[in-house]
Design a protein around this ligand. Structure first.
Ligand SMILES: Cc1cc2nc3c(=O)[nH]c(=O)nc-3n(C[C@H](O)[C@H](O)[C@H](O)COP(=O)(O)OP(=O)(O)OC[C@H]3O[C@@H](n4cnc5c(N)ncnc54)[C@H](O)[C@@H]3O)c2cc1C
Length: 560
């Protein structure tokens, strides 16, 4: 299958769909591709509640103040120009997606309902619902894009390489997973909107398609990555007792609403928060993660290695009203929050770093833009709650707008590049003829996830990181030559092998700068270098052949 378009978008979460909408509204033809079903893969559909935007509905606020809070939250490692533009355009995109059908919650007098979240100095987070804001945003964007005659949607197509002619990206190449056929799209502009990578970690809040593909695709095409060692760990993910039907990170929105105390194994409060719903839930995610593990390390953890989350001081009727149907789901699983505490502990949640872009979402490679969680620069070393959906919506819109300015560029033919990529994929999947797969790829993925969690996770040391690098390289050597049995359709094993290759390369891009960062800053905690350096230095990665090169540059607080 070969298609031609003005704008190709890889990934159909909030960022990709918003880019599609922006480009199409300006008259461009668009092809949007997802390795899952359009609008149903990735993180957007799972996002729970908070969307941070300075609307000033609950109390006086400004986009400048939002940017300042975000900069401080980034531990001085963000890109101030990117932060400024995302915060400045937040209010506009919130209203735009409302126009597509996302019903942001309102107060009885009709104002946007805005709640407080840690790190924000104002009540700034809008939401549709406590647990399904992302789903509502995705649904609104999905339906407007579905009705849009300028947009071609391709579900279940995995893109494996960006096509290039000289220094210019001319589209992308890959394969249809269901039909197992090659797919090439020739485009004037290609936008990478592939989201994050937290499936690289054993304990994660990700869906299994969050394997970091866009980072490698963009880097292989010549783009630079930044802050790749910065992976956010969500402090209070569910740990014990086992729960079904509920998202492991669901506790956060209820803490915003009702309070809820974090206690160590001895029943002591250790974060200095009051635990009520007065806005005293103030500890940012990086600090809370570190402090929970500190309690565990010092022998004061909860029985399964985390902390207790306690709602017992909240009156039963408030719990029932606040948790809604969730309280019944918990009750069916034997948890009565008026009586029981649950155990929580950190898990990998969000990619803070990513593809380096300017304020127009240009990567520096001709023809290649990026947006959403796939970019770096907004969050530095720590993300404030609610800033990710805003980032996805604003940067998606900007990428769509920038793409349209390139409509006079000539398209390049892509057939020969597609034939080459298809031959390379065949050789990669089937280096030898075998009747059955030589190794279960998911087991190799699980080994990668284990070493990333244990050695490049929330608490790092030089020794552990060196171990992670050794393990990742050994897995890469072990997996490269595995032969898979041929299939005629539903090429899931073939997809898994490509994803494993990507995950291994991207894992190295996390570990290498983490080894070089001999300090603790935000989400990057080095137990052997516990202090934060006086000056923030961003790390940039480029790819050549099978290797990464790391360079460093001081960040600056100056507003663009
Ligand atoms: C459980 C959870 C809860 C969250 N809650 C919040 C919240 O309350 N507030 C907040 O601000 N943020 C939240 N976040 C973060 C936020 O949801 C994400 O950062 C944001 O939605 C990312 O949007 P995106 O469009 O960049 O990526 P995604 O929504 O992840 O979309 C990326 C898409 O790219 C596709 N893709 C990837 N690789 C390829 C490839 N090779 N070929 C084709 N397609 C590909 C994927 O299938 C996916 O559909 C949460 C995240 C999670 C996981």
């Amino acid at each position: 299958m070969v298609l031609e378009t003005d704008v190709l978008i890889v990934g159909a979460g909030a960022a990709g769909l918003m880019a599609a909408r922006a480009a199409s509204a300006a008259g461009a033809s668009v092809v949007i591709v997802d390795k899952s079903i359009i609008g149903r893969g990735g993180a957007t559909i799972m996002a729970q509640m908070t969307t941070a935007v300075a609307l000033g509905a609950a109390e006086p606020d400004s986009t400048e103040l939002h940017a300042e809070d975000t900069w401080i939250g980034s531990r001085d490692l963000g890109d101030r120009a990117i932060i400024d533009v995302i915060c400045a355009r937040g209010p506009e995109v919130i209203r735009e997606v409302e126009g597509y059908g996302a019903n942001w919650a309102r107060t009885p007098d009709g104002a946007y309902s805005q709640v407080f979240a840690p790190g924000h100095s104002r009540k700034r987070c809008v939401y549709v619902d406590v647990l399904r804001t992302g789903d509502a945003v995705s649904q609104a964007l999905r339906s407007v894009v579905r009705r849009d005659g300028n947009v071609v949607r391709l579900s279940n197509v995995m893109l494996t390489k960006l096509a290039k002619e000289g220094d210019r990206v001319t589209g992308a190449l890959g394969f249809a997973i269901e039909a197992l056929e090659p797919v090439g799209i020739s485009a004037k502009t290609t936008i990478v909107a592939t989201g994050g990578l937290t499936f690289l970690y054993a304990r994660n809040s990700a869906s299994s398609n969050m394997t970091g593909d866009g980072f490698l695709l963009a880097a292989e095409a010549g783009a630079t990555l930044r802050d790749m060692e910065m992976v956010q760990f969500f402090p209070i993910a569910h740990l014990y007792p086992p729960l079904v039907q509920l998202d492991p990170i669901m506790w956060d929105p209820f803490r915003y609403k009702l309070g809820g105390r974090l206690l160590n194994g001895k029943g002591e409060e250790f974060l200095g928060e009051s635990g009520d719903a007065s806005g005293a839930y103030t500890t940012p995610r990086d600090t809370a993660t570190y402090k929970i593990f500190q309690e565990v390390e010092e022998g004061r953890g909860s029985p399964h290695g985390g902390a207790y989350l306690d709602f017992r001081m909240v009156p039963a009727e408030d719990l029932k009203a606040g948790f809604g149907p969730v309280i019944d789901i918990l009750a069916r699983q034997g948890i009565d929050l008026t009586r029981d505490m649950v155990e929580v502990a950190p898990m990998a949640h969000f990619m803070l770093g990513g593809i380096a872009v300017d304020v127009a979402m240009q990567t520096g490679v001709d023809g290649l833009l990026a947006c959403g969680e796939a970019i770096g620069g907004m969050h530095g070393a720590n993300r404030l709650s609610g800033n990710a959906i805003t980032e996805a919506l604003v940067t998606g819109r900007i990428a769509g707008e920038t793409a349209v300015t390139r409509r006079d560029v000539a398209r390049a033919p892509i057939d020969a590049a597609l034939a080459r990529e298809w031959a390379e994929l065949q050789a990669f999947w089937h280096p030898r003829a075998v009747a059955r797969d030589e190794a279960p790829i998911d087991e190799l993925k699980a080994r990668l996830q284990r070493t990333m969690w244990e050695n490049a996770g929330p608490l790092r040391t030089g020794e552990k990181l060196a171990q992670a690098l050794t393990d990742v390289r050994a897995l890469a050597a072990e997996s490269a030559d595995i032969a898979l049995a041929p299939v005629e359709a539903f090429a899931l094993t073939l997809q898994e092998k490509v994803e494993l290759r990507i995950m291994l390369a991207v894992a190295e891009s996390i570990v290498l700068p983490a080894i070089e960062r001999r300090e603790s800053r935000g989400a990057h905690v080095r137990l052997d270098f516990p202090e934060q350096d006086a000056v923030a230095v961003a790390r940039f990665l480029t790819r050549s052949g099978d290797g990464w090169s790391v360079t460093s540059r001081e960040t600056t607080a100056v507003t663009a």
